[in-house]
Design a protein around this ligand. Sequence first.
Ligand code: ADP
Length: 167
Amino acid sequence: MLLKQIKKFLPSQEVTMKRALFPGSFDPITLGHYDIIKRGIKLFDEVVVAIGINAEKNYMFSLEERKAFIEKSFENEPKVKVVTYKGLTIDFCREIDAQFILRGLRNPADFEFEKAIAHTNRRLSKIETVFLLTAADTSYISSSIVRDVIRNNGDYTVLVPKTVVVK
Ligand code: ADP
């Protein structure tokens, strides 16, 4: 009702859904990713977690497993969607009408790397990248460290959501 009233007064563009794409490998999803997604849904109407398919990368978990881990973590959160994509992230943003890319920043190395990508994406499109600083208690976590812990039979469960299960 309220939305209908607002729509009357605004051009349609201004009431479109704010959708952010959160791209990554998520091999596997960690508590750091989880924190960024949780905080992202407070800022956007929808957060689309997008698992990039890169034929040249060797993954520990299959695409299906990685997708299921994230879906199960957010099964009670309708604002989170999980998809897979190939190709340029900005092209996929256009395809699903996402106006924003969401990324987490852990440290200066992340910043330098992300800065170049965000500038490039901005040069090639109108899509804005929104950065969230990682929570202090998960900023040290990376999927590659989690994979190392798993390979060496360590207790990976303290670093990932409960839905990540190694068979
Ligand atoms: P890739 O490195 O393949 O882009 P990742 O799955 O490692 O994908 O990361 C996806 C996004 O999640 C990136 O923005 C990254 O900075 C962020 N991220 C990774 N680990 C953490 C963490 N511990 N806390 C917050 N954000 C994180």
